[in-house]
Design a binder for this molecule. Structure first.
Ligand code: ADP
Ligand code: MG
Length: 357
């Protein structure tokens, strides 16, 4: 019995010489929220397009609801897709846009039933009262909701969202995140959500899939990916770690901060020492520190609402970030252009090495 809603088995997609997807294998369960994180060009959109059936893979299979759909045309797959640059029909009203697929498809519904279902979806995405408006008479965030409602009216079991929140301001983005999760719970839909934002990926996904140059480099629960990035690249894309190059040899990492004993390390493709932004402390120069330390010049701080980010220059152009959560108390004040010692508990560092067994 196949309980996965969809499954990719070794999917490879090439554009000429370029390998946009390299042997991608992944499955998602019913009612799961999966977020895809990866830099621009890593293959996120290509992966969604292969699942939806807009691109045929050169190798591998796509399964949906227990059936091999690799050769099934997109319009027969029953998979919903909200595109990165979604387009609404400008001459139609909100409700006409939302009901479009049912009116013009083979739904077999009467016009009254189509209207009923469209109204339900309009309510679900919080647009009640705007049914009759033209889509040029509503805001960008509201148009995004219309695009989502238009997809949901078709009652897909799988909805693919390609950076749907990118065009929204921070405030609206936060609200839409909560609403998407609530919709998922109400309708029992599996969502695959592509985002370039690590914050969004970690906040929204039951599981996070990290893509890099067409390859899936880690799959895991947000906490697992965050606490145990599988490689220096994952740590980099999470944008939560200071990364130091250096050399790991016989349990000692030698980097800009000197030589530090490393009790445990993760096998990686290069030697990298990673310290989370919120695991760094700054003390006056001359203070004796228990752990490793690195002298750096304070540049500036930035308030983020629930935290303060402090930026230091380690002298070699390497900017080091130190995050202070305001729930832990008032932030330290630093003098611009003054030197401090940055220090951390070495047991909290994550170290990658080529020579780890
Ligand atoms: P992402 O969505 O992660 O930014 P894409 O899936 O759009 O990445 O693209 C992955 C790679 O495939 C990129 O190098 C991109 O330039 C290339 N690519 C995407 N679509 C095409 C296409 N239709 N023809 C040729 N190359 C493409
Ligand atoms: Mg894309």
């Amino acid at each position: 019995m196949d309980t996965a809603v969809f499954r990719l088995d070794g999917v490879t997609k090439r554009y000429g010489e370029l390998v946009a997807l390299d042997n991608a294998t992944l499955e998602a369960g019913a009612n799961e929220y999966i977020s895809f994180l990866g830099p621009s060009g890593s293959g996120k959109t290509t992966l969604l397009r292969v699942i939806a059936g807009f691109e045929a893979p050169e190798a591998g299979r796509v399964h949906f609801q227990g059936r091999d759909i690799t050769n099934v045309p997109a319009h027969e797959r029953g998979i919903g897709f909200v595109f990165q640059n979604f387009a609404l029909f400008p001459h139609l009203s909100v409700i006409q846009n939302v009901g479009f697929g049912l009116t013009h498809g083979k739904s077999g519904l009467t016009p009254a039933q189509v209207e009923q279902r469209a109204l339900e979806m309009i309510e679900l995405v919080g647009l009640s009262g705007m049914e009759g408006r033209g889509v040029d008479q509503i805001s960008g965030g509201q148009r995004q909701r219309v695009a989502l409602a238009r997809t949901l009216t078709m009652q897909p079991k799988l909805v693919l969202l390609d950076e749907p929140l990118g065009a929204l301001d921070a405030n609206l983005r936060g609200r839409m995140r909560n609403e998407l999760r609530a919709i998922r719970e109400r309708l029992g839909v599996t969502f695959v959500h592509v985002t370039g934002s690590e914050t969004e990926a970690l906040a929204m996904g039951d599981r996070v899939v990290v893509l890099d140059r067409g390859r899936i480099i880690q799959i895991g629960a947000p906490g697992q990916v965050y606490d145990h990035p599988a490689s220096p690249d994952v740590a980099h894309y999470l944008n939560r770690f200071n990364l130091f190059d250096g050399k790991l040899n016989a349990g000692i990492f030698t980097g800009a901060f000197g030589a530090v004993p490393v009790p445990a390390a993760v096998k990686g493709d290069r030697d990298v020492y990673a310290v989370r932004y919120d695991r760094m402390q700054a003390v006056p120069v001359g203070t004796a520190t228990a752990g490793p330390s690195l002298r750096a010049t304070f540049i500036a701080s930035e308030y983020l609402g629930s935290a303060v980010m402090n930026f230091f220059d380690a002298g070699d152009g390497h900017v080091i970030e130190m995050e202070h959560h305001l729930s832990l108390g008032a932030p330290q004040e630093f003098e611009p252009r003054q030197d401090y010692l940055l220090t951390w508990n070495p047991e909290q560092a994550i170290v990658f090495g080529r020579e780890v067994r």
